[in-house]
Design a binder for this molecule. Structure first.
Ligand SMILES: NC(=O)c1ccc[n+]([C@@H]2O[C@H](COP(=O)([O-])OP(=O)(O)OC[C@H]3O[C@@H](n4cnc5c(N)ncnc54)[C@H](O)[C@@H]3O)[C@@H](O)[C@H]2O)c1
Ligand SMILES: [Zn+2]
Length: 379
């Protein structure tokens, strides 16, 4: 691996930072969003600020959770017709990933046809905290029932706007799902085979911010300070994993979520403890690199960690407590997944997880049987 840390996006943060749209240079914006953002008025807010900058807007509100090729194709057609020089995504990870998909395929199709794309200024405004997609070069697109990650620096947003007033109406369940997703991003970045001092610093801070604030936010969605802190954690975890990549928690979650239509965050949350036990070899010596890292995270949370094993056990227990406080089910069965269907899907899900882009940077290289074992334990 090349030793580098990349950070392309300029990040504006804190309440009302969406106002920065008044200062954007351009003539026409293509806005990618969904009907909920429209109903909540965030979309209009963006249109109004852009209009103050002399930018007219064309709006696509066809985003659906876990975007598939069909949504990207619909959006791409309108985008090509729009002649936009500014691309704005406003919404959760699904809206931002849809905009990235549109950008990616527009660029690929033009270059295959021998043409060149005039790259628009790409602005991402997340309305969940979150996927970190506002600063990553990842997009996750569902194709024929499989979640495929496309990774390319070309699709990393130029500007990320973390205006936490845009996350004030997030439903409780989405706060829990996306909050745990942030934690998984930070933990996987921290134990990734590509972790560096730079990604560690971001991951450590994100873990601390999540433990200090996400439960507060879940219990009081109006808490403005908790909203800012969780939003910052989400972005920091995104910066970390955009550089270090993720691990098998995400590989397994991608396949599980796509097969049984479970949200990205909840799929990750259900698997987290068992994946940590596997990665740290908790049933064995639990004194290797991963256990050392989990123990370090325990000390950051001021939990006892006199040995790597003690720190690992305490960290995993703290994660379990947090998940419970956020109403996350502790088994896949409790999500209503039928046992026979689950057993039938196991082989294919594990196969897909083995091939997922997140697997090679997991700190412990699994066999397919290991992954089947993790799924079964989580069921
Ligand atoms: N690109 C990346 O780096 C990356 C990283 C992790 C996950 N993902 C992908 O992102 C997607 C998940 O994104 P997500 O977890 O943000 O959820 P989401 O974007 O799918 O949104 C979940 C639901 O919450 C609603 N919602 C969003 N913001 C809201 C708000 N402010 N108020 C009320 N409702 C709101 C949405 O309309 C939707 O119904 C998945 O497809 C996942 O694979 C991408
Ligand atoms: Zn994730």
């Amino acid at each position: 691996m090349e030793d580098k840390f990349k950070l392309k996006s300029k990040v504006y943060f804190n309440k009302q930072s969406i106002q920065i749209l008044e200062q954007i240079k351009g003539s026409r914006a293509f806005i990618v969003s969904d009907s909920i953002m429209e109903k909540l008025g965030y979309l209009q807010k963006a249109v109004d600020y852009l209009s103050k900058a002399g930018i007219s807007s064309i709006v696509f509100t066809g985003v659906r959770p876990d975007p598939d090729i069909k949504v990207i194709t619909e959006g791409l057609k309108l985008y090509e017709e729009s002649d936009a020089d500014v691309l704005v995504a406003i919404g959760g990870g699904s809206a931002i990933d849809t905009a990235k998909g549109i950008l990616y395929f527009s660029w690929k199709l033009k270059s295959e046809a021998g043409g060149e794309m005039k790259k628009p200024l790409f602005i991402a405004i997340p309305s969940t905290s979150g996927t970190g997609s506002e600063v990553t070069d990842f997009t996750v697109i569902t194709s024929e029932g499989t979640k495929v990650c496309i990774v390319d620096e070309f699709i990393a947003p130029d500007i990320a706007i973390l205006d936490s007033t845009c996350i004030q109406h997030v439903p409780e369940r989405v706060v829990a799902d996306t909050g745990i997703d942030v934690l998984v991003h930070a933990i996987e970045a921290y134990v990734s085979t590509n972790a560096t001092d730079f990604t560690d610093a971001l991951a450590e801070k994100a873990v601390k911010l999540i433990f200090e604030n996400v439960e507060k936010l879940y219990n009081d969605p109006k808490n403005p300070d908790a909203r800012d802190r969780v939003q910052n954690a989400s972005c920091m975890a995104g910066m970390a994993f955009a550089n270090s990549n993720l691990g098998i928690n995400h590989s397994l979650a991608h396949a599980l979520g796509a097969t049984f239509h479970i949200s990205h965050g909840r799929s990750n949350a259900i698997l987290l403890n068992t994946v940590m036990e596997y990665n740290s070899n908790l049933r064995g010596s639990a004194n290797g690199y991963v256990a050392e890292r989990y123990a370090k995270l325990a000390t950051i949370l001021q939990l006892p960690a006199r040995t790597h094993r003690e720190g690992t056990v305490n960290f995993i227990q703290a994660v379990a407590r947090l998940k419970k406080a956020l109403g996350v089910e502790d088994t896949i069965r409790k999500l209503g997944v039928d046992e026979d269907e689950f057993e039938r899907a196991l082989d294919q899900m594990s196969e897909k997880a083995m091939l997922d882009r997140c697997t090679p940077t997991n700190p412990r290289q699994p066999s397919k049987e290991d992954l089947i074992g993790i799924y079964r334990k989580c069921y």
